[in-house]
Write a protein that binds this ligand. Structure first.
Ligand code: NZQ
Ligand code: ZN
Length: 392
């Protein structure tokens, strides 16, 4: 196991009706004037936004609202939010929504207290300072409610890039599983897929002897495979939703990723798809993961065989471990298809003619990227192109 630091100080308020604690939580973490940030309207329709506002009013905390965050959140609204926070002396950003809303809130929080262009953080500058952030989560998926990360799409060139830093960890996150009951089945499945992807990205490591984190990851994937079909069958299964919501947080706050190298190839390759086609991140991952894994499994056949046996119930073929590894990848894909996820470019709405461009942007971006995708393996543009072709 490698040396590591782990500091994940987010306060979680978990369970039914916990959004009514927002006012007290903002106070506890030092907010005196709040920007409530939200998406395209689901929180208005569900009444959640009103309940959050009531809770702030009860504590006499003034607030402003900025809605309209789109999935795959854009830089334009971030600039708008930064201007608003500066003009109105906002000192706390409260995200009410999914990963896109939370990521946009994080970018606003960092940009407000930074002299330069917030996009610098999305080109590699570490986020060391930001306004404090709180979240009320409405979809179990991205894990942004407990992560030090944010992903934003810059309209110019449609570049989707991530930024990180401890200042991006939310001070508090309200996790009420009942809030996810209004999700369309497709979005629920996209969320489960993203959670599983966050676990695979950590499982695919070049560090030896990391048994505790291996076993934690395996347990969390098994839990998702067990709970997701229950929610697909009955969207009001509170306990299954609760398990998925806490699992989504655990999958990405890095408690399962410490002390080991991580992969992130599937995410890097997928981000080009959701940037270009505006598909849901989870749906993009459902198509990307099997292709990446089929392309890279020979790098460590036994690791893929291990997850095939321990998670997917495959029989170990000692004479042909490659067959076991491939059976595990197929079992993952079968599971994702069974919950309604796409399995190829066509089902995702992607186009074969864009492959060269996708591979180029993935490796070189706007000129700032290194030309390689590094993680479990090191891939060049030709490899990334071959992976996109495996998705046809
Ligand atoms: O905008 P509204 O109207 O709220 O609708 C949203 C949106 O259309 C809807 N929705 C959310 N909660 C709902 C609901 N509809 C009904 N009832 C509810 N309770 O669902 C749609 C998707 O929302 P979004 O926030 O985009 O989903 P998700 O949480 O999957 O976030 C995806 C974004 O997170 C990034 C992705 O790249 C993508 O941009 N990621 C962020 C990470 C991080 N910050 O740590 C890590 C991830 O790997 C990921 O890359
Ligand atoms: Zn993800």
């Amino acid at each position: 196991m490698e040396n590591f630091n782990f500091y994940a100080p987010t306060y979680f308020a978990f369970g039914k009706d916990r959004e009514s604690d927002c006012g007290q939580l903002v106070k506890r973490f030092g907010g005196s004037k709040v920007l409530i940030h939200f998406g395209g309207g689901s929180v208005v329709r569900s009444g959640l936004l009103d309940r959050v506002k009531e809770s702030l009013i009860k504590e006499s905390i003034p607030f402003l609202e900025l809605g309209g965050v789109k999935p795959n959140p854009r830089s334009g609204l971030v600039y708008e939010g930064i201007d608003l926070c500066r003009k109105e002396n906002i000192d706390f950003v409260l995200a009410v929504g999914g990963g896109s809303v939370i990521d946009s809130a994080k970018a606003i929080a960092a940009g407000t207290v930074y002299d330069g262009d917030f996009w610098d953080f999305y080109e590699g500058k570490e986020v060391t300072k930001a306004l404090p952030i709180g979240t009320v989560l409405t979809i179990a998926a991205a894990g942004s409610e407990g992560s030090p990360d944010s992903v934003i799409t810059r309209e110019e060139g449609m570049l989707k890039r991530g930024a990180s830093g401890e200042a991006y960890r939310p001070r508090f996150s309200v996790l009420n599983p009942a809030l996810t009951e209004t999700l369309p089945a497709y979005q629920t499945a996209c969320g489960v897929t993203d959670i599983i992807a966050h676990l695979y990205e950590r499982y695919l490591t070049n560090t030896k002897n990391v048994e505790v984190t291996d076993r934690m990851i395996e347990a969390l994937i098994l839990a998702m495979v067990n709970e997701a079909p229950k929610v697909m069958a009955n969207p009001h299964d509170y306990d299954a939703r609760a398990n998925i919501m806490w699992g989504g947080m655990m999958a990405h706050n890095n408690s399962c990723g410490v002390g080991r190298t991580q992969d992130w190839t599937s995410h890097t390759v997928e981000h080009e798809l959701s940037a270009l086609y505006d598909c849901a991140h989870g749906a993009g991952l459902a198509v990307t993961m099997p292709a990446v894994f089929r392309y890279t499994y020979k790098h460590d056949v036994l690791r893929f065989a291990q997850i095939a046996v321990r998670v997917w119930g495959c029989q170990m073929d000692f004479n042909n471990p490659e067959a076991t590894a491939l059976a595990g990848i197929q079992a993952l894909q079968n599971f994702l298809v069974s919950i309604g996820m796409p399995k190829n470019f066509a089902e995702l709405g992607a186009d074969e003619k864009d492959i060269e461009k996708l591979a180029y942007t993935c490796c070189f971006g706007d000129g700032s990227a290194s030309g390689k995708v590094c993680g479990f393996t090191t891939l060049e543009q030709k490899d990334v192109e071959a992976i996109y072709r495996l998705m046809l």
